[in-house]
Design a protein around this ligand. Structure first.
Ligand SMILES: NC(=O)c1ccc[n+]([C@@H]2O[C@H](COP(=O)([O-])OP(=O)(O)OC[C@H]3O[C@@H](n4cnc5c(N)ncnc54)[C@H](OP(=O)(O)O)[C@@H]3O)[C@@H](O)[C@H]2O)c1
Length: 312
């Protein structure tokens, strides 16, 4: 498994990371307990050394599973900032809450030092108070975490976090959603910030297997994300990616994943498989190294996406 520099940490991590939101059952509906553990173990066997989770995934269950299954040489990134004890759950990034949430995450992970902690989708206003970043900087100075950062819902939040010293940002990045990473490219490279690219398949859409009539089960976030008309439009836009499927790029899924890996700003593509079969497909189709896609095909992609109506 190929590795990339993990921002300013001085470490290397695999360019494919394993995300655990889909496995937790929270985002896409339930996954059998045994399959969750099989996916985690298989990722370890395949050589993955970066695992992404959050305190809220499975209400802490994913942190416990990762703590039990993932070897100590692998890096676990967790996120905090959602107070599930409130009804409805409330976002909190004040220093006291961040410190308490960190202690709970560390206990569940069972590690002496937590590798990376991210603030989980703070608003620009929450970040501007400086309290959450301040609490994480103190933990870093005390040697309890190696690095801190932000899972950002926008380029503005990612940029503000980097300006406050964040060493990592986790951000949506895929062929249909590239503008946020493009907007922060300069500040990312100037500051040596690690980028965890999530949603590389646009929640499954870019795998190219769906019909416009696809129904999503209750509890699957995609039921609220797209109307049938939206889905039909997005599926038609996949045609812009089809010329990438040639030679060793055997599927749209492979093209979508390799699009992300082709960007040198990306430290790791955080995969979201919900079964061992999906994990193995993704690892196999990532290919054997650069160039992930042909330069000419990549160069023509932007204009094809624009013509298809994808905002870049
Ligand atoms: N704000 C945040 O911090 C945040 C937000 C989102 C995600 N994340 C992290 O990023 C990870 C990935 O995000 P994501 O769920 O948006 O990722 P994604 O890869 O864009 O979407 C995951 C979905 O893609 C489909 N899929 C996965 N592997 C496949 C394969 N081999 N073939 C066909 N379809 C496949 C599955 O859909 P089906 O279930 O339909 O098969 C799966 O539910 C999460 O687990 C989490 O760790 C973080």
């Amino acid at each position: 498994m190929r590795k990339r520099l993990f921002g300013r940490t001085g470490l290397e991590v695999t360019e494919l990371g394993l995300g655990t939101w889909g496995l937790s059952g929270d985002g896409y509906g339930p996954v059998a307990e045994a399959e969750i553990d099989r996916v985690l173990s298989r990722a370890v066997e395949l050589g993955v050394t970066l695992f992404d989770t959050a305190d809220v995934y499975g209400d802490g269950a994913m942190e416990r599973r990762l703590g039990a299954i993932v070897p100590s040489y692998a890096r676990i990134v967790t996120k905090l900032g959602t107070d599930l004890a409130q009804t409805p759950p409330r976002k909190r990034f004040d220093a006291a809450y961040v410190r308490e949430a960190f202690e709970r995450s560390q206990e569940r992970l069972g590690r002496d030092r937590v590798e990376v902690v991210l603030l989980h989708n703070p608003s620009a206003a929450a970040l501007a108070t400086g309290e959450g970043p301040g609490a994480l900087k103190e933990l870093k100075d005390a040697g309890r975490i190696r690095a801190w950062g932000v899972a950002a819902g926008s380029a503005a939040v990612a940029r503000a976090a980097i300006e406050q010293g964040a060493g990592l940002v986790e951000i949506a990045y895929n062929a249909f959603c590239a503008k946020d990473l493009h907007a922060i490219a300069n500040v990312v490279s100037t500051n040596g910030v690690a980028v965890l690219a999530r949603s590389v398949l646009a929640h499954g859409l870019l795998a190219g297997h769906w019909s416009a009539e696809r129904e999503f089960q209750p509890g699957d976030h995609r039921a609220e994300r797209w109307t049938h008309a939206d889905l039909a439009r997005r599926i038609a836009q996949l045609d812009a990616l089809r010329p990438l499927v040639t030679g060793s790029v055997s599927s749209l899924r492979a093209a979508a994943l390799r699009f992300v890996l082709s960007n040198d700003l990306v430290t790791s593509a955080i995969l979201g498989p919900r079964s061992v079969a999906q994990l193995e497909q993704l690892v196999r189709e990532a290919g054997s190294g650069p160039p992930y896609l042909r330069d000419t095909a990549l160069a023509e992609l932007a204009s094809r996406l624009r013509s298809a109506g994808v905002a870049l």
